[in-house]
Design a protein around this ligand. Structure first.
Ligand code: GTP
Ligand code: MG
Length: 491
């Protein structure tokens, strides 16, 4: 999935882990630590979903996976749960006492059922669920209970907040507390969650939320903490993604009620649930007056799945022309911000898995050097600095964030081209060069050479500021990397 331009980062980090193992061979704790990180280095990217209580973390996990797999609870409380891909569902409980036990797992009425048996909440360290879902193929998703910090166990983070304030961002600041953490770019997406609740539930709430997110995106302070700020209404996104035919039919029946009456009905949960008859509105259809087409049980189920806002939005969309379940589903996924979130996961997290996993391994070496300093490891500290300073993958990630957030401003067409060449739209060579099929080696090479020449000019253009020239120099390096790769191993 990843196609690094420099290619050498993984090798450099692996060499460092191997040298560290040599330097610490007489320390069993260090050897165990390094062994764990070497194993982890070859595993899929781990993305933790974090944030304060009730921000909608488990709902976002479900929306991203596309099935109701979260939360997993023991003694009525959520446990830390890791979701990864497998052909067959499987679940393992890891105990606080280092024991582990496979437990039965099954589909139960559209949601996952895990039989935790004798396990009590306080005895469980985490539950690992394997589940057949495409989205989990490239990354393990971690559903974090409310009281847990951003974990060192994750390579990337989707952090949910309902407002952007210091309390909500504190864990992100705390995760930046070491030189490696600060100089290797982070894999963090900041989500303004439950976005439908912004703007008092009006149907255009999600557009307002998106504008707010965009404004934060350009904020330099946040730019150092996260790659992107995205407004997401997880509940609506999940319901949209898993919309059933019968839900669509019920929503269509509601949408057929005259607008005035439906608006009144959807003013509060209470009204929507309690109403038995439809009061006649000015444009009430003949025959509709007096009966509510969708019964109370079904209305309750719709509310559970969509929320009041979701029902309002879905009926407005049906009125506006979403005349099939597929169209409604796609529009709900798009408007809820779920589509943007999934794109950002693919592009900024799994698409940059190699650099993000390298960062985790470097953090592990850094931690070891700090907790067990020793003379034999002096060379390692120098290597660590060298890798950090020279890794072009890291530089690309930093530049992508600077350009995308507008902290290093460019005219729009140049910004778009810089982002593309730096891998901000996808790290494949053809994507970077915007060469359509057939992306033959000759066409790719010609495009790379042409881009290289233009960005060399930008890199030395005195009209551009220092920061812009720095971005241009990184683009030049990316183009050189592509040309070198095309020469060694044609795609
Ligand atoms: N209106 C609205 N409600 C939501 C949304 N996402 C989740 N909720 C509701 O918020 C409540 C908490 O959602 P969860 O997904 O369990 O939140 P969480 O962050 O995992 O909660 P903890 O694990 O307990 O911290 C539930 O009642 C959800 O139905 C959303 O996008 N909009
Ligand atoms: Mg939860």
């Amino acid at each position: 999935m990843t196609e690094p331009v420099s290619g050498g980062l993984a090798a450099a980090v692996w060499d460092m882990l191997t040298s560290a193992l040599e330097a610490y061979q007489d320390s069993p704790t260090a050897a165990e630590w390094l062994g764990y990180h070497m194993k982890r280095f070859s595993e899929p990217l781990r993305i933790a979903v974090t944030g304060p209580a009730g921000t909608g973390k488990s709902t976002v996990v479900n929306a991203v996976v596309g099935e109701r797999v979260a939360p997993i609870e023991a003694s009525g409380r959520q446990v830390l749960t890791w979701y990864s891909e497998a052909d067959e569902p499987q679940a393992t409980v890891y105990g606080q006492d280092d024991s582990e036990q496979e437990v039965p797992v099954r589909h139960r009425g559209g949601r996952i059922g895990i039989d935790l048996g004798r396990w009590q909440h306080h005895e469980i360290s985490r539950v690992a669920v394997q589940w057949p879902a495409d989205r989990l193929r490239y990354a393990t998703l971690i559903d974090t209970p409310a009281d847990e910090a951003v974990s060192d166990e994750a390579d990337a983070v989707i952090h949910l907040v309902r407002n952007v304030d210091d309390a909500g961002l504190a864990p992100l600041y705390a995760a930046m507390d070491s030189p490696v953490a600060r100089s290797a770019p982070i894999g963090t997406l900041l989500v303004l969650s439950r976005a439908d609740e912004i703007g008092a539930g009006r149907v255009d709430a999600l557009s307002s939320a998106r504008l707010i997110a965009r404004r934060y995106d350009r904020n330099a302070r946040l730019g150092g903490l996260c790659q992107q700020v995205i407004a997401v209404a997880g509940l609506v996104g999940y319901a949209g993604r898993t919309l059933t035919g019968s839900e669509y039919r019920q929503l269509r029946e509601l949408a057929a009620i005259d607008r005035y009456t439906l608006d009144e009905l959807l003013l509060s949960t209470d009204r929507f649930l309690r109403a038995e008859t439809v009061p006649a509105g000015p444009d009430a259809e003949p025959g509709r007056t007096g009966t509510l087409p969708v019964g109370p049980e079904k209305r309750r189920a719709l509310l559970d799945r969509f929320g009041l806002f979701g029902v309002r939005l879905a009926t407005a969309l049906i009125r506006g022309g979403c005349d099939t379940a597929e169209k409604l589903s796609a529009e709900l996924v798009r408007r809820s911000g779920l589509a943007d979130l999934c794109d950002a996961i693919d592009r900024d997290l799994t698409g940059r898995a190699e650099a993000l996993k390298a960062r985790s391994a470097l953090l592990a070496v850094e931690r070891l050097l700090a907790t067990q300093p020793r003379a034999q490891a002096r060379g390692l500290a120098a290597d660590l600095e060298r890798v950090l300073a020279s890794a072009h993958d890291f530089r690309e990630l930093r530049m992508v964030t600077a350009v995308r957030t507008g902290r290093t401003p460019f005219p729009p067409d140049l910004a778009a081209e810089a982002l593309r060449l730096l891998g901000g739209e996808g790290t494949g060579i053809a994507q970077r060069l915007a060469v359509d099929r057939p992306a033959t080696e000759a066409r790719l090479r010609a495009a790379a050479i042409e881009s290289l020449a233009r960005w060399q000019d930008h890199a030395t253009n005195p009209i551009l500021g220092r920061d812009q020239r720095r971005v241009a120099a990184a683009v030049v390096r990316s183009c050189e990397g592509m040309i070198a790769r095309l020469t060694q191993a044609p795609d």
